[in-house]
Design a protein around this ligand. Sequence first.
Ligand code: NAP
Length: 262
Amino acid sequence: MSGAMRFGQCGSVLVTGASRGIGLQMVDSLAGGGFSPGKIIATTRNPDGAQNLQDLALKHPNIHIIPLDVLSQESIDKCAEEVSRLVQDEGLNCLINNAGINLMTDFHTVTADKMIENFRTNAVAPLMITKAFLPLLKAAASRGGAGGSGSMSIQRAAVINISSQLGSVELNWGESANIKWFPYRTSKCALNMVSRCMATDLEPDGILCLAIHPGWVHTDMGGPQAPLSPEESTSSMLSVFGGLSEKAHGLFLSFTGEVLPW
Ligand code: NAP
């Protein structure tokens, strides 16, 4: 069975930032790939403006669009309540923290406000969202996953943080060092640490946690020169997610499944 096929045994998957780019493609691939989870919860801060997502939801009744502005605690709490009503006792199997921003400023133009804005969206929000969804993730984990195996997997309970290779301190040399985006790079570096800390704290509950780099992808953020299409990045990531086990818990992976240095 290919990794992505395992989503077919997954009760629910939630993707943040599903209005466009990688998040929208994940929802599309999950819904149309022949391995669709029971419920795909696609969150966006502006459902009325997310026309492509609305079109997908018309075609696939297992897509549920729920409003979520990742910067608002009130919005996060409301979203968690709505998801709780949707999934009930089954809980939430897989939370994908994908929403992100990139404020491209270098050493000379960076300001404290830009650092904080990028940090709040890319590092603080995934942590606050995971905290709000923890009861639902725990409920799913306590059911033991596919076949009640009790091992870690996306079919049981997982938090996947979409990070970036640009958040790696160790890889910030040579060509990579020429990308001088202080707010973005440091926020993804912080998200990597959030992912690793969550892995320690959520391990006793059997909730798999990791950070993943999606590759350089042709989206509004990645730009037109990016070598990967959203389909290519997402298809590879979904295949990796489907095959995840305890071995990947607490790691920083590339979209190909390779382990990246922090
Ligand atoms: P994108 O095309 O710019 O899309 C970003 C998504 O995040 C949009 O859906 C956007 O919603 C959402 N978002 C931003 N702020 C939000 C907020 N406060 N509340 C709710 N949603 C919010 O970016 P992308 O390329 O798909 O990137 C997705 C993830 O991959 C990001 O975390 C990014 O850092 C990471 N990544 C991307 C690349 C790449 O090459 N593209 C490389 C490495 C990592 P709106 O439509 O409402 O603005």
